[in-house]
Ligand binder design. Structure first.
Ligand code: NDP
Length: 248
């Protein structure tokens, strides 16, 4: 779709992939709705986007709360006409070994990485159904395609996102013209690893990637833009993108 004048909601826009995506889509003329919990960061991003001539709305929200999504929809509709896209990007990755029983972190990952995505879809769907158009982009991961020790729960949440996205596409694209895309990146240099508390993982994780050149958030923003900007007839189901130097 032509993004000029279209409205796209981006969750987890306060850093990393979400922030880069907001900048990219705004530079292509989209009205971007910036949501996350850290409102100050969102305000800074809005100012940056507006300085470059873009349009942005800030709505602070926790994706685990349905009422926060209702507020996002209300404010988006008050400011802009339609809801053309949702990038379900908010997520966290407190990797841990199962034996160490970081059960609170398991639950948080399920709440944010899976239920947060479901909450987003439930919030935008009535509007998109009515419009008979829209595009939902869910950020899964290369971890949704393969498992590794320490990533049992994280990988499970990302596999769920990938599978849910294909189910969405099958049900919504033919019947309502609503597209669905799963984005599956390998290692991207962001703040994502900062939530890791398992000391055993922390020790090994920094060295596990070696000194490879990781993907940058901008690379994923470009992939999201590619998926969103295809003509109405073309649905990009998945984008699986790895650093060239990352073997697995
Ligand atoms: P960041 O840590 O930079 O970004 C994570 C974002 O999620 C932040 O903006 C954070 O905002 C938001 N977030 C976390 N919890 C919540 C919540 N409860 N409600 C609302 N927002 C929340 O990491 P990335 O940019 O790397 O991560 C973005 C997505 O990309 C994630 O889903 C991640 O799993 C996925 N991904 C990342 C890869 C990588 O290597 N970096 C690889 C593959 C996938 P705030 O704290 O302000 O709420």
């Amino acid at each position: 779709m032509e993004l000029n004048g279209k409205t796209i909601i981006i969750t987890g826009a306060s850093s990393g992939i979400g922030a880069a995506t907001a900048k990219k889509l705004a530079s292509k003329g989209a009205n971007v709705v910036l949501t996350a919990r850290r409102e100050e960061r969102l305000k800074e991003l809005k100012a940056e986007i507006e300085k470059d001539g873009g349009k942005a709305l800030v709505v602070s929200a926790d994706v685990t709360k349905k009422e926060d999504f209702e507020n996002i929809i209300k404010k988006t509709k008050a400011e802009f006409e339609s809801i053309d896209g949702l990038v379900n990007n908010a997520g966290l990755m407190p990797l841990s070994y199962v034996k160490n029983l970081h059960t609170d972190e398991w639950n948080t990952m399920v709440d944010v990485n899976i239920k947060g995505v479901l909450n987003g879809v439930a919030a935008v769907l009535p509007t998109m159904k009515e419009q008979k158009s829209g595009h939902i982009v869910n950020i899964s991961s290369s971890a949704g395609n393969k498992i590794y020790p320490g990533g049992a729960v994280y990988c499970a949440t990302k596999a769920a996102v990938k599978m849910f996205t294909e189910g969405l596409r099958m049900e919504l694209a033919p019947n309502f013209g609503i597209k669905a895309t799963s984005i599956e990146p390998g290692a991207v240099e962001t703040e994502l690893t900062e939530t890791i508390t398992d000391e055993e993982i922390k020790e090994g994780f920094a060295s596990s990637l070696g000194d490879i050149s990781q993907l940058q958030a901008q690379d994923i923003a470009d992939a999201i833009y590619y998926a969103l900007s295809q003509p109405a007839r073309a649905n990009i189901n998945e984008v699986y993108i790895m650093p060239t130097e990352q073997p697995q």
